[in-house]
Write a protein that binds this ligand. Structure first.
Ligand SMILES: C[S@@+](CC[C@H](N)C(=O)[O-])C[C@H]1O[C@@H](n2cnc3c(N)ncnc32)[C@H](O)[C@@H]1O
Length: 277
């Protein structure tokens, strides 16, 4: 795809979805878009852009394609083991204080619900604040309804928690009201919107894979600003922050970074707290 075609798609996508492709790695995005256009059977980029503008079904396909909603409960059970045995007990302290937790790029909510189930085991009497945000309204609706989740998406949940919090449904499971009531969901674009602050734990896993380095840098500064002192950022297994200190983070365990008490370099963006998350 040439520059002119990519620019036309970028403008159409921004107008119709408010997703700015300028924040995504261009080479990979072009390759993926070529594949999408071919699979949808469009003969030209003009054809594709017309369909995106006119046909709600094509628009929905494009949104799903851009956002990639794959997720599951306890995705990477080793890391969730560390979360349960080390990170959360440290954040909770000896008296099990109330935590504020944000699953950023939460997809259908399995990640946020996984944290809610762990906290139920660790501190059954404490009502924590857990929010999930995503750019995709459709997937958030599924999250709010508690699924449905396929058998494969719940495979890492032990039988006790499965019985307590999930109900069998057609071809899978749905979260029951007790679990749904522990998490709230809202729409937020991590690249465009401002963040609220005061979080003890932020999970942002398997979201930034297609973002440019520049977009990732901005995001890490914003996460730093949204965490409380000693708060923790939990990222995907393949997304190590090699330059963690640049943002003011200290590596705790693989995939877990703590907001250091005194940061060496803090961007002005780090102070950016806002209204959305
Ligand atoms: C692969 S899922 C990851 C879900 C979950 N965090 C996990 O690891 O299982 C990626 C999610 O990021 C969301 N996403 C992509 N770009 C985003 C953006 N700019 N702002 C907020 N969410 C975004 C997608 O809609 C998708 O639901």
């Amino acid at each position: 795809m040439n520059d002119k075609d990519y620019s036309q798609i970028t403008k159409t996508v921004l107008r119709k979805t408010n997703i700015d492709l300028a924040n995504y790695k261009a080479q990979q995005m072009r390759r993926r878009l070529d594949g999408l256009i071919e699979s949808l059977g469009h003969k030209s980029v003009q054809d594709f852009c017309d369909a995106v503008s006119r046909d709600p079904d094509v628009l929905a396909r494009v949104k799903t394609f851009l956002t990639i909603n794959v997720s599951e409960f306890y995705r990477d059970s080793t890391q969730f083991g560390v979360l349960k045995s080390r990170v959360l007990p440290e954040l909770l302290g000896p008296r099990g204080r109330r935590l504020s937790i944000w699953s950023a790029g939460c997809s259908h909510g399995a990640e946020a619900y996984s944290v809610a189930m762990i906290l139920d085991e660790l501190t059954p009497d404490v009502k924590h604040r857990i929010v999930g945000t995503d750019i995709d309204q459709g997937i958030l609706e599924r999250a709010r309804q508690g699924g449905p989740f396929s058998k494969s998406e719940v495979k890492n949940i032990g039988p006790k928690l499965l019985n307590k919090f999930l109900e069998p449904a057609k071809n899978g499971y749905v979260a029951n009201k007790a679990l749904r009531d522990r998490v709230s969901f809202s729409r937020q674009d991590l690249l465009m919107d401002r963040f609220s602050g005061g979080y003890d734990l932020i999970l942002c896993r398997n979201v930034v894979i297609y973002f440019t380095e520049e977009a990732k840098t901005r995001l890490n500064h914003k996460f730093y600003g949204a965490l409380k002192p000693d708060g923790v950022l939990f990222i995907g297994g393949t997304e190590a922050l090699l330059d963690a200190e640049q943002y003011g983070f200290e590596r705790m365990y693989p995939a877990f970074y703590k907001k250091a008490a005194t940061a060496k370099v803090v961007s002005p963006l780090a102070a950016g707290a806002g209204s959305r998350a």
